[in-house]
Write a protein that binds this ligand. Structure first.
Ligand code: HEM
Ligand SMILES: *[C@@H]1O[C@H](CO)[C@@H](O)[C@H](O)[C@H]1NC(C)=O
Length: 473
């Protein structure tokens, strides 16, 4: 079965690239006399390379091309003509100053899985309004109130780790970030709903990166079915919330209260798609970076000791954890803050993003033809020695001075930049606080290898053992 599917994929890839080759030759003839396309190899694309891009360190693929062609170069990915942008200026052009010339673009199968109304597929008015609702639900004011609940989630997740058994760190971090996602979206949600969401969402999650096919029994098909059940569960939660008439300041509350200029409210599908969209955007990203943090500070012994000093001072002030962490305390963890920024840079879990030119665009003397994809390469920029000296070494002190403009974009930039960045950082701060004040941990058998799922994660999710630290309390 798997063999037939992959053979089919190859055949499809072959025909789509052949077609593409023909069309691009035609386009080249049409484009004569105008600004020229950027350099790069477009010829028969390397199917192997394309597949590599999704299964290995994308930096290897890009860095070679960048060396050869410069910061702006063309290539093609899965038969789509693409222009890669490895400079801060070019990324800013596409994402910020000329964002109106580029639209978000995702594979149709992913759009269907998350839900077509989710804000990241949209532009213009609808996007702006939905984005404001998400931002309001996790404004600094809202986050301040969430600190105690996030802290309880972190504490109870960690309690389960110190059983002496080897755990899959990424897997555990996913549980943590899911709980926090649910909290930000629904406030305190009834356990029966939470479990139904959790079970069905994990089926969606498993099918998300599998081959899109309607064949029953495949991971993709199961995921589509589970996705339908998620809508049903969210619909029930909406009915119950409306009945209770409690207008909470969580995301669901904001979505239910929204009325546009003409007094129109959002449909249940629009609400459900945006809820699943936020859960999706929040879970693996945050879990991946939490896992990386654990690895980085495990590997840097001196740094870990310094973080412990910062965090234990707060722990003692809080009567050895008997009093909860406060928002103000989370704002005053200068070393831990820099560790987080450096982890975001090193791991660059969102290695790049895609946009599509809505019209012919000229950038720096080059033509970006209408319909072509552009890819700002965040990870390349974050690992360019011109902007980050000795980029391979983990050095939080580099953030004592602000990075040069547009060189640090772990959360993207412009109209679609991550609205969840402060929530994600708050989770990291709270996790680190409890981790280093109460636990020791050992990474089991890690050789520094990376796995792409599709975010970079340490191999096998960083297997580790946790111990309650009784020695230096
Ligand atoms: C460390 C964790 C996270 C990272 C690295 C991250 C990164 C990003 C990036 C790079 C983008 C922009 C993508 C683009 O321009 O194409 C983005 C968008 C987004 N993120 Fe995050 N994110 C994280 C956590 C979260 C969390 C916790 C939430 C939950 C609220 C969230 C919600 C969103 C949403 C809704 C968008 C789409 C925004 C739009 O299209 O206007 N993210 N994220
Ligand atoms: C999924 O959601 C439905 C409700 O629509 C629920 O009955 C079921 O237990 C959930 N879990 C699974 C694994 O289907």
């Amino acid at each position: 079965m798997e063999n037939i599917v992959s053979t089919l994929v190859y055949i499809l890839l072959f025909f789509s690239t052949a077609l593409y080759y023909y069309l691009s030759k035609k386009q080249e003839r049409k484009n004569k006399g105008r600004a020229k396309l950027p350099p790069g190899s477009m010829g028969w694309p390397y199917i192997g390379e394309t597949l590599q891009l999704y299964s290995q360190d994308p930096n290897v693929f890009f860095a070679q091309k960048q060396k050869r062609y410069g910061d702006v170069f063309k290539t093609n990915i899965l038969g789509c003509p693409c222009i890669m942008l490895a400079s801060p200026e070019a990324s800013r052009f596409v994402l910020v100053t000329h964002a109106h010339l580029f639209k978000p673009t995702y594979p149709k199968s992913k759009e269907m899985m998350i839900g077509p109304w989710a804000l990241f597929f949209h532009e213009g008015n609808y996007h702006t309004h939905l984005r404001k609702l998400v931002q309001s639900s996790i404004s600094p004011e809202a986050l301040r109130k969430l600190v105690p609940d996030i802290e309880s989630i972190v504490i109870s997740c960690m309690e389960t780790w110190s059983s002496g058994l080897v755990i899959n760190t990424f897997h555990e971090m996913k549980k943590l970030s899911f709980e926090v996602g649910i909290l930000a979206i629904f406030g305190r949600l009834e356990i029966k709903y939470k479990n139904a969401l959790k079970e069905n969402y994990s089926i969606v999650d498993k099918g998300y990166n599998s081959f899109p096919t309607k064949l029953p029994g495949t991971a993709y098909h199961k995921a589509i079915e589970a996705r339908k059940r998620l809508n049903q569960i969210i619909r029930e939660i909406i009915w119950e919330t409306k009945e209770k008439k409690i207008l909470d300041k969580d995301l669901l509350g904001y979505l239910l209260n929204y009325k546009d200029e003409r007094g129109q409210t959002l449909t249940e599908d629009q609400i459900a798609d945006n809820i699943i969209g936020v859960l999706f955007a929040a879970q693996d990203t945050t879990a991946s970076i939490l896992t990386w943090i654990l690895k980085y500070i495990h590997d840097e012994h001196k740094l870990l000791e310094a973080i412990k000093i910062e965090q234990k001072a707060i722990y003692k002030l809080n009567n050895r954890g008997k009093q909860p962490l406060t928002w103000a305390q989370t704002r005053n963890m200068p070393l831990t803050q820099k560790v987080i920024l450096e982890s975001l840079r090193m791991a660059s879990i969102i290695s790049f993003t895609f946009r599509e030119a809505v019209t012919d665009v000229e950038y720096d003397g080059y033509l970006i033809p209408k319909g072509w994809k552009v890819m700002p390469l965040f990870r390349n920029i974050h690992h360019n020695p011109e902007y980050f000296v000795d980029p391979k070494s983990f050095d939080p002190s580099r953030f004592e001075v602000a990075p040069k403009p547009n060189t640090f974009m772990p959360f993207g930039s412009g109209a679609h930049a991550c609205p969840g960045n402060e929530l994600a950082k708050l989770e990291m701060l709270i996790m680190i606080h409890h981790l280093v004040t109460k636990y020791r941990w050992e990474v089991v058998g890690s050789k520094g290898e990376v796995q792409y799922s599709p975010f970079p994660v340490p191999l096998d999710g960083l297997p580790a053992k946790f111990y309650k630290d009784s020695t230096n309390q």
